[in-house]
Design a protein around this ligand. Sequence first.
Ligand code: AMP
Ligand code: ZN
Length: 115
Amino acid sequence: MTDCIFCKIVKKEIPAREVYRDSEFVAFHDISPKAPVHIMVIPLKHLESLSGAENSDKEMLGKLLLTVKKIADDLGLSKTGYKLAANNGAGAGQLVFHLHFHILGGWKAKPHWEV
Ligand code: AMP
Ligand code: ZN
């Protein structure tokens, strides 16, 4: 999709602080982090949201979750805990209509809701 900002990151037409890339997914730091570490994980294939997923996306969606786990492990987030979020639809706050998971973590001392 030509006007999709995440497709542009996939094609390296705009810069991103990438932390992971393979033949199906790319992960990069969110430009406006809502946690000490805030990573976006996206499929290279453009899909607007989870609502647009079909049975044929089953394998990709499974791999996407395992890729989230690998990235969280590699960045040390699994030790201290992390949240995984996907805003689905404008009513839920989705701003970029290219399927993505937010990994939010990196809190050191206390869980952020106790600070
Ligand atoms: P959502 O509200 O779930 O659609 O989240 C979109 C996220 O993409 C927001 O957290 C934005 O800060 C993030 N974002 C938008 N543009 C960029 C960009 N160029 N690089 C990295 N993150 C971005
Ligand atoms: Zn896209």
